[in-house]
Design a protein around this ligand. Structure first.
Ligand code: F6P
Length: 546
């Protein structure tokens, strides 16, 4: 298979030389149907990929690559619950957490739908009782504040989604997310909160993650000091695969929610890790969120490759990364409430595909995950867009925007949409040196001044982007967006022949931290055996009194 993939990639490179002559804007002028052809619609969601430098021939080459890599067979293995996470010998079956179809799902042969729906029913009952004030704190007060303690996938999903779906949240219920081992994170989250009205959820698949456990212990100590040791059981819930460790921490079994080892951390928002979100938006909206993702699972499974949004997203990414050598990819939601979406995608994409060995342990033939980054528009326009428009690197962009505001001024929303469309148009069109000079002359500059300023006012253009335009950012829509990116990451992992479901790259730093922590806290500990820089930095900190 590797040889056929390499051949398909070589064909794409040869094709790049041909197509390199065509500017994206020119591809539109000769082809009035381009927009209609280079898009996919899933009811209100439109995925426009016409502003990429691709032709029908490019797409045909990309489809050949997808088939050579065995996308269809690998997708089948994924949905069949096979051990696609080969280094940890686990399936990756987050789709089972949102399976509303008749088709049963099995993780390595074991039926899981019953387990999933039973746990979801427990979760929903608990979430509803807490948000309705039936479940109360140790002093009899209803909860006004919920603090989620977790990190990585046990934080980013709920934190991102709670912000995105704030118009659907229960009024008066405040959500807080604490992740960083920096004690400032917990301190700032708790500032001004009444612990008698505050509920904590400790989310950790392993229940051993250093940052989460440090924050959980600190929060527990504060609750015990303020309300008494017996209050801990009333003010904490936990989500983990390790019920034994959760029980030892002091969480009641009926407030302990499970997940399974076939749910990866960065794919866990659909599981009980979503408890804080379920409390905030309520079970009905949470179910709509799951159903949105399920719609995309069906689309990814059933749509022909050429009409399959995650397949197209993945292949366009490969076109930019491997054929054009583009090293980063920006995601710019024109939606302030999606402010944490790029950070969420950073973990999803870079923890999954930031690898340099194949599933078989060989060095990868191709460059893998680009740097994923972004901030909401229009803010970004007044910060890094300068570089997107005139920098020396070409950075493909995903624009996301809703046709309607969920809870905001409609007039301002029209301005937001116009900004989004203007940016993708400007990136594509650019402005030539001649156009810049003519514009300056028309503005009254003399020929010399116009010639001097024109290079600075020139935009190379021909910069690619995709646009996702949908009716509104509802729970269902957010579920759809996340699932699209999950499957895009999977598609790319198949092309690159890597396992997207492990994350060994986070281990070394953790190990070294365990070794350094005692040396940092004990001022007298000898620093022998450390490299010069690390020893020197610890010594300098000691000299500063730290
Ligand atoms: O260190 C990386 C990681 O394992 C992520 O994959 C995961 O989402 C995060 O840590 C948190 O892990 P846990 O849920 O076990 O605390």
């Amino acid at each position: 298979m590797t040889q056929t993939v390499a051949a398909a990639m070589a064909a794409l490179e040869a094709h790049r030389v041909e197509i390199g002559q065509h500017r994206i804007a020119d591809l539109f002028s000769g082809d009035p149907d381009r927009f209609a052809r280079l898009q996919v619609k899933l009811d209100d969601l439109l995925f426009d990929y016409s502003k990429h430098g691709v032709t029908d021939a490019t797409l045909a080459h990309l489809m050949t690559l997808a088939r050579a890599a065995g996308i269809e067979a690998q997708r089948e293995r994924l949905f069949a619950g096979e051990l696609v996470n080969n280094t940890e010998k686990r399936p990756a079956l987050h789709m089972a957490l949102r399976n509303f179809s008749q088709a049963a799902m099995r993780a390595d042969g074991e039926a899981v739908d019953g387990l999933v729906s039973a746990e979801r029913a427990r979760l929903f009952a608990f979430a509803a009782s807490l948000r309705d004030g039936v479940i109360r704190g140790s002093s009899g007060h209803a909860f006004t504040d919920v603090v989620n303690i977790g990190i990585g996938g046990s934080d980013l999903g709920p934190a991102m989604a709670a912000r995105a779906l704030s118009p659907f949240g229960k009024p008066g219920l405040r959500m807080h997310f604490v992740a960083n081992v920096d004690g400032a994170d917990l301190a700032d989250a708790l500032a001004g909160l009444d612990l008698a009205r505050t509920f904590f959820i400790v989310c950790s698949k392993t229940f051993t993650t250093q940052e989460t456990m440090a924050n959980a212990r600190a929060a527990r100590a504060l609750v015990a000091a303020a309300l008494g040791e017996a209050a801990v059981a009333d003010h904490f819930a936990a989500v983990s695969t390790r019920n034994d460790l959760v029980a030892a921490f002091g969480v009641r079994p009926e407030r302990t929610f499970c997940m399974w080892d076939w749910v990866g951390g960065r794919y866990s928002i659909w599981s009980s890790i979503g408890l804080s979100l379920a409390i905030f938006i309520g079970p009905e909206h949470f179910e709509a969120f799951l159903r949105g993702a399920h719609d995309i699972d069906q689309h990814f499974k059933d749509a022909p490759l050429q009409d399959n949004i995650p397949v197209l997203m993945g292949l366009l990414g490969v076109w930019h990364r491997n054929v054009w050598g583009r090293q980063s990819h920006a995601v710019i939601p024109y939606d302030q409430r999606l402010a944490r979406f790029p950070a969420y995608l950073q973990q999803l994409d870079m923890e999954s595909n930031g690898k340099s060995v194949t599933r078989d342990g060989e060095e990868t033939l191709f460059e893998t995950a680009p740097v994923i980054w972004g901030e909401p528009g229009s803010n970004g326009q007044h910060a890094f867009f300068q570089m997107l428009h005139q920098g020396t690197d070409v950075i493909p962009v995903d624009f996301l925007v809703a046709a309607e505001p969920t809870a905001a001024d409609a007039g301002q929303h029209a301005l937001l949409v116009a900004n989004c469309l203007a940016q993708s148009e400007a990136l594509m069109r650019g402005r030539s040196l001649d156009q810049a000079r003519d514009m300056l002359l028309a503005q009254g500059l003399d020929a010399k001044a116009a010639a001097a300023l024109a290079p600075h006012k020139t935009f190379p253009g021909d910069r690619p982007s995709s646009t996702f335009l949908y009716r509104a950012l509802t729970p269902r829509q957010l579920g759809r967006l996340i699932a699209l990116y999950e499957h895009k990451v999977f598609v790319q992992s198949v092309i690159w022949s890597i396992n997207p479901f492990d994350q060994w790259g986070v281990e070394l730093g953790k190990e070294l931290c365990s070794r350094l922590a005692p040396l940092v806290s004990d001022r007298a500990a000898p620093l022998d055996g450390l490299d010069g820089s690390t020893a020197g930095l610890i010594a300098w900190r000691r000299s500063l009194g730290g």
